[in-house]
Ligand binder design. Structure first.
Ligand code: ADQ
Length: 477
């Protein structure tokens, strides 16, 4: 209902997995104006007057509750002039640090006032980094002390660096927390680092793949937080994300015209025809190379751009679905789109379109993911489930899930894609060249690679158990 990328998938998938295993799970979100309200059932007010202290005033909120597939969702609706959550987008405003810290404070205030006493509060990314800080620094003193915090890092590229006045705005002791270094950014003087606060104060910290955990602890990929992660090394771990196969499954997917699985792979190809039809591309005996991505520097935008020409020069069709976070990237891809407008083998769709993404996975043959860094990456796992062969850069979770058809140190049944190391045109071209060559010259072998990927289990089954073990480890017994 509120998704711009992989974090939405993860909160959704993990919540269902925990609920299926008999846990009581509730998800708290801001009540954004731009949510998919069609995905929320029985939305109704559940707490009328929640007054939240923030920035020297009491802000009036209402809490609504709604359900989706059996899970209870709670939405904090903030009233008043500030208009914290009705901005037409989820994030991207100058006051984001204040907006999400206010949200964190409001969520805690709601849990406290409504008498809910969760054993575990699971927070995600910098937006909620100050929630465990406020819990231990403010709510413990009010007598609430039986909750424990798990904090998940989805992306070290966004840490929530902001001025120290935010701490006093949300009721924290700025002087003490900054002087003791718990919230002080390790690289920028006088700056609060919200993610660091989450790491220091939470009872356990996860990131979304084992390789990314290594990278952020022991290389500059920690983007300044290596030191704090290592100081807290006894409470950190990498848990590979799962996929919600209730949402991402070509045997059931309501957004694709032809259902298929490893036992009836030929039915996939009606989706390829539907994709071409939808995007006004011609029928041709060519593979479709796709990209589905946020167009962010993290995702390797230069190589994404280059993959278009590599695909078109090597007798392929190319489809891109991408949403840009920065104006220069948006402008660049619009320029390329105009340039290729009349090419019947290529379509660039710039924007965010959940339904179209399902049809692309179902219709494509290869998915290119040339990321600079990738904490986990879900699109390669979705691709594999849909019989699409991923071509990826070896980094983070991509390295944990994609095993090269030619070079992996694995038995053949576990090889499922193409991998390159160097973040260069040559690196990309060599991996794409091998994948495209296989499609044209050895179709049986290509089919086998698709099947290998489809048969791998990237569900929430194992990671769900890993999270339960972590929660059991930290909860108050
Ligand atoms: N334009 C578009 N239209 C429609 N759908 C689109 C889209 N662009 C992307 N998506 C969808 O958004 C999700 C993206 O997943 P990623 O793993 O790439 O996550 P992202 O980088 O956003 O998040 C971060 O968090 C996740 C979760 O932990 C990590 O896997 C990842 O490495 C980390 O960077 C997929 O479901 C994809 O289909």
């Amino acid at each position: 209902m509120a998704k711009t990328g992989g974090l939405g998938d993860v909160v959704n998938g993990l919540s269902y997995e925990l609920a299926i295993r008999g846990n009581h799970v509730e998800v708290i979100l801001p009540k954004y104006d731009c949510m998919r309200y069609d995905r929320i059932e029985d939305l109704r007010v559940c707490y009328e007057d929640l007054w939240v202290p923030f920035d020297g005033q009491w802000i009036h909120c209402t809490v609504l509750e709604g359900r989706s597939e059996g899970i209870n969702f709670l939405f904090i609706d903030a009233h008043g002039e500030w208009n914290a959550f009705n901005r037409g987008v989820l994030y991207g405003h100058r006051d984001d640090a204040a907006r999400f810290t206010f949200f964190s404070r409001a969520a805690l205030e709601f849990l406290f006032k409504s008498g809910r006493r969760p054993e575990i509060i699971h927070c995600h990314d910098w937006q909620t980094g100050l929630a465990p800080v406020m819990y231990y620094e403010i709510y413990n003193g009010l007598g609430w002390n039986d909750a424990r915090f798990c904090y998940t890092l989805h992306n070290m590229g966004h840490q929530g660096r902001t001025g120290a006045q935010l701490l006093s705005q949300c009721g924290l002791n700025a002087h003490g927390l900054m002087n003791h270094g718990q919230l002080l950014d390790d690289q920028h003087p006088h700056t609060v680092n919200m993610m660091k606060g989450g790491i220091v104060f939470s009872n356990f910290i996860t990131t979304v793949s084992p390789t990314y955990m290594e990278e952020i602890r022991f290389s500059e990929q920690g983007q300044g937080l290596q030191g704090v992660l290592n100081r807290h090394g006894d409470k950190v771990g990498g848990v590979l994300n799962g996929l919600n196969y209730g949402v991402w499954n070509p045997e059931l997917d309501p957004f694709i015209p032809s259902h298929y699985g490893p036992d009836n792979l030929p039915a996939k190809f009606a989706n390829k025809a539907a994709l071409r039809n939808r995007l006004l591309m011609r029928e041709a005996f060519k593979p479709i190379v796709a990209v589905v991505s946020r167009l962010d520097p993290q995702k390797g935008v230069d190589l994404i751009r280059h993959s278009i020409s590599v695909a078109l020069a090597n007798n392929c069709q190319f489809v891109l679905l991408g949403s840009a976070s920065e104006a220069w990237i948006n402008d660049e891809f619009w320029r390329i789109k105009h340039q290729l407008n009349d090419n019947p083998d290529c379509h660039l769709e710039i924007g965010y379109d959940e339904e179209l993404s399902h049809l692309i996975y179902a219709g494509a043959d290869m998915l290119v993911i040339p990321s600079q860094y990738e904490p986990c990456g879900l699109t390669q796992m979705i691709a594999m489930k849909y019989g699409v062969v991923p071509v990826v850069r070896s980094t983070g979770g991509l390295a944990d899930t994609v095993f090269d058809a030619n070079y992996a140190d694995k038995p053949f049944e576990e090889r499922n894609g193409y991998v390159f190391n160097d973040l260069t045109h040559d690196g990309l071209e060599s991996a794409m060249g091998r994948a495209i060559g296989l499609w044209h010259r050895f179709p049986d072998y290509f089919r086998q690679l698709r099947l290998n990927g489809m048969r791998q289990d990237y569900s929430w089954n194992q990671p769900g158990q890993d999270y339960i073990n972590i929660f059991n480890h930290i909860r108050v017994k």
